[in-house]
Design a protein around this ligand. Structure first.
Ligand code: C2O
Ligand code: CU
Length: 549
């Protein structure tokens, strides 16, 4: 078990894409940011040095941070932001995670350019539960914006309407040669014929699920969100923002160049979006005359909701004797959370905002149990730990499970002026929690990739329409449900997850679509200390960033 000490210098750096040169926020001048390599059980000490002009925090997405929420990173949840010119050392103890995870900024929309892969290898003396690949490559799916991302964020908040969309998706920072003036901005991965490679995939885009495919090759997912899965082979995969996947690719085709391509899935979303295909090239080594242009993969249509939901529902835990699973039964806490896009009807006297560019001249809002999450001024973790009053309430609302048709297309009631506030849901230590997410059709039925900090959870069921608390649990998968930290709840449908509250702390849960969290689709769990000596939150490090006044 090693301690590794990467240094993250947050800085503004110039990059040119799509014939447009601009300054973006980076870590160490890289876009995407540095890949961190570690082994299961290692400790990371990351020195974050903010030399930029922005406030920032860094989140280690998928690292559970047992008993040490102080290093989790979401701003105003577990820490205050690092102001320009300040430093902070985050300590991450990797425990049971293995495979591809990632890190990203967790401060306004900075994660657009501040993100990278975190690769966790099996501990020394152990191996993968699949044949050792010839090589591996991180595939970080991101976006390029010709606009300044801070301006995009501010306009979203100001306008009350849809966000500006990015100008290209990128694969490892490159839009690919199907875009104008991007001939040289194409990522290439070289492979030897006959060998198998491990793709370490991260979806770091802001607002879209992506479909990904490699022409003429199949993709076998063997891990997801830092846990092994049963091999799942298909021509196209779907990956949501926040999700990570370990994918085997066998170079078993005639030597050539083949496009790999990513395209947005956009089911149920209103308005325009980018339909351009982002590409990279899988390039066989050896002497041959490559086809020109390279073959392109076929990708499902942007609105193929069936492909999206079926793919998402087909992941399974490996659940082998060496990699057993531990699904909570005897549920002691049942939670039911609606996740909705709502409207604040304009003129909205409750805020100073007068611009109303959302549907019908109103402002978008988003909720969990009809409550729009409001970020406090002091982080909730500090307020909880030091018992500072007035920062949050512990009365996160309940909502009735069955009295409402949440997914009716005629649904119009109850969608305006949702409540807004900073409220947490308190959980005892070692509860067996089942949480059902219920999507709604209030303003728009769309998919929501829901992410929980501090935990991975088993996805025991999902389906279309309203959750039926009598019938649906009969079909739960308790044998090999996937262990994930992000679950895409299908549009106008539901998903049920289970986890045991064995990690005391303050843990954010939110939709990983950035526009949705900006509109308030998030909430916070506080998991209380247990009675045992190893069941309590550890004391804070000495160098926590100061909260701005
Ligand atoms: Cu990937 Cu709250 O984050
Ligand atoms: Cu969402």
């Amino acid at each position: 078990r090693k301690t590794r000490r990467p240094k993250f210098v947050i800085q503004d750096s110039n990059f040119t894409r799509l014939c447009n040169t601009k300054s973006i926020l980076t870590v160490n001048g890289e876009f995407p940011g540095p890949t961190i390599h570690a082994a299961r059980g290692d400790t990371l000490l990351i020195d974050i040095i903010n030399q930029s002009k922005e406030n920032i925090t860094i989140h280690w997405h998928g690292a559970k941070q047992y008993r040490f929420p102080w290093s989790d990173g979401p701003e105003f949840i577990t820490q205050c932001p690092l102001e320009p010119g300040t430093k902070f050392t985050q300590k991450i103890v990797l425990t049971d995670e293995v495979g591809t995870l990632w890190w990203h900024a967790h401060s306004e929309w900075s994660r657009a350019t501040v993100h990278g892969a975190l690769l966790v290898y099996p501990e020394e003396g152990t191996t993968y539960p699949f044949p050792k690949p010839r090589g591996e490559m991180q595939i970080v799916l991101g976006e390029w914006w010709n606009s300044d991302i801070g301006v995009v964020h501010d306009e979203l908040i100001e306008s009350g309407g849809d966000p500006e969309i990015s100008d290209a998706y990128v694969i490892n920072g490159q839009p690919g040669d199907l875009y104008n003036c991007s001939q040289s901005d194409t990522f290439r991965m070289k492979v030897e014929p006959g060998k198998t490679y491990l793709l370490r995939m991260v979806n770091a885009v802001m607002n879209n699920i992506l479909f990904f495919s490699v022409a003429n090759h199949s993709l076998t997912v063997v891990g997801s969100d830092g846990a092994y899965t049963k091999p799942l082979t298909s021509n196209v995969i779907s990956i949501a923002p926040g999700q990570t996947m370990d994918i085997l690719l066998e170079a078993n085709q005639p030597p050539n160049r083949y496009y790999m391509a990513a395209k947005a899935y956009n089911g149920g979303l209103r308005g325009q979006f980018d339909t351009t295909t982002t590409t990279a090239i899988l390039q066989y080594t050896g002497n041959y005359t490559p086809a020109s242009p390279p073959p392109l993969p076929t990708i499902p249509a942007f609105n193929d909701s069936d492909f999206q939901s079926n793919y998402t529902a087909s992941l399974r835990s490996l659940a082998s004797s060496e990699h057993p699973i531990d699904v909570p039964t005897n549920i002691s806490t049942h939670l039911f959370f609606t996740i909705s896009i709502n409207l604040n009807i304009c003129p909205d006297n409750s805020t100073a905002n007068t611009t109303c560019l959302g549907p019908g001249g109103n402002r978008f809002a988003a909720t969990v149990n009809n409550l729009t999450f409001v970020q406090p001024r002091i982080d909730i973790l500090q307020a909880y730990y030091k018992q500072i009053n007035g920062v949050y309430g512990d009365d996160f609302p309940d909502i009735p499970t069955t009295t409402f048709n949440y997914t009716s297309t005629l649904l119009t009631q109850n969608q305006t002026r949702p409540d807004a506030g900073t409220k947490v849901n308190m959980l005892e230590y070692n509860e067996n929690v089942e949480l059902v997410f219920q999507g709604t059709s209030l303003v728009a039925g769309v998919d929501h990739p829901m992410h929980l900090h501090g935990y991975s959870f088993y996805v025991v069921g999902s389906g279309p329409g309203n959750f039926d608390r009598e019938r649906d649990p009969l079909n739960y998968n308790l044998v090999d449900p996937p262990l994930q930290n992000t679950i895409t709840v299908r549009r106008n449908g539901w998903a049920a997850i289970r986890f045991r509250t064995n990690n005391p702390g303050v843990w954010l849960m939110h939709c990983h679509f950035e526009r949705h969290i900006s509109w308030g689709m998030g909430m916070v769990f506080i998991v209380k200390n247990g009675k045992g000596a190893n069941e309590t939150i550890l004391p804070p490090p000495a160098n926590m960033p100061e909260c701005p006044l």
